[in-house]
Design a binder for this molecule. Structure first.
Ligand SMILES: [Fe+2]
Ligand SMILES: [Fe+2]
Length: 243
């Protein structure tokens, strides 16, 4: 029996969520997103220790051997720890990432050669269209990127708007205070002069749904949530350099 919860948060886009009580002061969710289409795409694999649970959850939506694309935001265990286990389980699957991430890490780490994507390049999945967007060092990692599913307006935004604890799969409530609390606890975000402008450019996509890696996904005023996050990070950066 899988410990991973499954919710459809947009048309054909499933959130697979595993709660780990030991992480952080109130536990932490690790979420993957599966786009069900002719060429199914997984965004985030989870850590190697989660492979059995996550792959069982994937299999309730699509046969695991039909996975076509293994994707994630940046190189970290929760993003891509079980990448090679998924490549082994899905013979036609390929890792697709930004060209920089392929050059710096994935050509070496991935058991099959990854597919390098140019900034703005689109993967056609069948009905869904997924655009690759480079976001260097946002939220962290030189090779960082996000994906934007254009037909549903779903931004697969990874660690942006991370929240502690376990909330609903999807919320239209304001999550900015929760995101600020998580940043206070973990200090995970790379705060540079380009952080806020990069997040504001994502807000300009005017997404309908934000698929969040840790915590609830967001619907409603998504661009407002991203702009609020950018403002918070900008304040933190300015405060750190004001002394
Ligand atoms: Fe991360
Ligand atoms: Fe993460």
């Amino acid at each position: 029996m899988s410990d991973t919860l499954i919710d459809e948060i947009a048309d054909g886009i499933y959130r697979l969520s595993t709660f780990v009580a030991e992480v952080g002061p109130t536990g932490f969710t690790f979420n993957q997103f599966l786009i069900d289409d002719d060429d199914p795409l997984l965004f985030h694999t989870g850590q190697r220790m989660l492979f059995d649970s996550v792959s069982e959850a994937v299999a309730t939506v699509v046969p695991i051997e039909t996975l076509r694309w293994i994707t994630f935001g940046h190189i970290e265990a929760d993003e891509c720890g079980s990448m090679n286990q998924f490549l082994a389980a899905a013979p036609r699957a390929e890792v697709a990432h930004g060209a920089l991430g392929c050059m710096v890490s994935l050509n070496d780490l991935a058991d099959r050669p990854p597919v390098p994507l140019a900034n703005g390049q689109v993967l056609e999945l069948g009905t869904h269209r997924v655009r690759h967007i480079d976001t260097p060092h946002v939220p962290h990692g030189w090779e960082a990127r996000v994906l934007f599913e254009e037909t549903t307006g779903t931004l697969l935004c990874g660690d942006l708007l991370t929240q502690l604890g376990q909330g609903p799969a999807l919320t239209s409530n304001d999550v900015l205070a929760a995101a600020a609390q998580a940043e206070d606890v973990f200090g995970a975000s790379c705060l540079t002069p380009t952080t806020a402008p990069t997040i504001r450019a994502l807000a300009d996509l005017d997404p309908n749904t934000l698929a969040v890696m840790h915590g609830s996904s967001v619907t409603g005023d998504c661009s407002g949530a991203l702009r609020g996050l950018a403002d918070d990070y900008e304040r933190r950066l300015l405060n750190s350099t004001a002394a």
